[in-house]
Design a binder for this molecule. Structure first.
Ligand code: ATP
Ligand code: MG
Length: 284
């Protein structure tokens, strides 16, 4: 039987957590950490506990044992568990719920805070394919773990800055390792909105307003803006989600503008891309 992430988190004790964290801290030295290195780092008196813990973590698929040597590496789930524990200790996440979204580079879960309110936890998981393309761009050595954690940090920073400046994004609640916790939006993606009475002009202007805040106040363009990354709640409020690729690139900004203009054309809204480009950069 395959255990859920929440079930596995509940089986990880304090010493298992220390073992996971020690493996995590070694991530950029080499892909696998040898048992003897772990033993040295954790101390002779913990040898028995270490053996038991590694067996358990391997069984739970939180670490992966090398096929030819007594060496271990963290799995994506192992990294997720570190994040869950830290969000719990920081009083952000009390309970993890079910999966509500699965993207190319992340898994999005519903969770509950300590007042039983729903929240969202997005675990960044940069897989082998994207990892390879990043490697090509960044020749120095960096593990997929570090790249996933950096993506989470970029997304959290973007959400925080845009939110603090009045832009329309889910309220960020915290970050831990590869996980970003944020406000849960009870709504649907913009591409699924089919209500004829919907005020698309108002929505269009609000999207541009948030793009302008992001670029002028936070120095970022979203970089993957589309009706798939805009949520609309029951009161027709909008929230722009999915910010890990945010950067200052003007090219990304132009790409986002093209996507938005193309989408809104079907609702009779037309605009000059250059005019919008100036507007979101705060020039006009
Ligand atoms: N704050 C939120 N509230 C409610 N649902 C959310 C929230 N954040 C994300 N989701 C859901 O999870 C899905 C995936 O989230 P997001 O777009 O951030 O991840 P992603 O991995 O980049 O996905 P993709 O690769 O499909 O773009 C969203 O389409 C949405 O349905
Ligand atoms: Mg998305």
């Amino acid at each position: 039987m395959r255990l859920s992430l929440a079930e596995r988190a509940s089986l990880v004790g304090p010493f298992d957590y220390i073992v996971l964290k020690t493996i995590y801290e070694d991530r950029d030295k080499s892909e696998y950490i040898h048992y003897l290195t772990l033993k040295k780092k954790l101390g002779q008196k913990n040898v028995k506990d270490l053996k038991i813990s590694l067996l358990k973590l391997n069984k739970l698929k939180l670490v992966f044992k090398d096929s030819t040597s007594l060496a271990f590496k963290l799995t994506f789930s192992g990294l997720d568990i570190l994040a869950i524990k830290m969000l719990y200790v920081n009083h952000i996440l009390n309970k993890l719920g079910s999966i509500i979204g699965e993207g190319k580079e992340s898994i999005v879960y519903l969770g509950y805070d300590f007042n039983d309110n729903p929240i969202v936890v997005k675990f960044h998981r940069i897989g082998r394919n994207s990892y390879k393309s990043i490697r090509r761009r960044e020749p120095y050595k960096k593990s997929w773990i570090t790249i996933s954690v950096e993506n989470a940090e970029r997304e959290y920073k973007a959400l925080k800055c845009v939110h603090d400046n009045g832009g329309k994004v889910p309220r960020p609640l915290g970050i831990a390792y590869n996980a970003v916790a944020m406000e849960y939006i009870d709504g649907i993606e913009l591409y699924r909105v089919s209500n004829n009475a919907f005020d698309f002009t108002k929505l269009y202007n609000e999207i541009l307003g948030t793009m302008r805040i992001a670029y002028t106040e936070c120095k970022i363009a979203h970089g993957d803006l589309s009706p798939y990354n805009i949520l609309i709640d029951k009161e027709n409020n909008l929230f722009i989600i999915d910010w890990p690729q945010a950067s200052q690139s003007e090219e990304s900004l132009q790409h986002d503008i093209r996507n938005i203009i193309n989408f809104f054309r079907r609702f009779g809204i037309s605009d000059d891309p250059q005019k919008i480009f100036d507007y979101v950069r705060g020039i006009s």
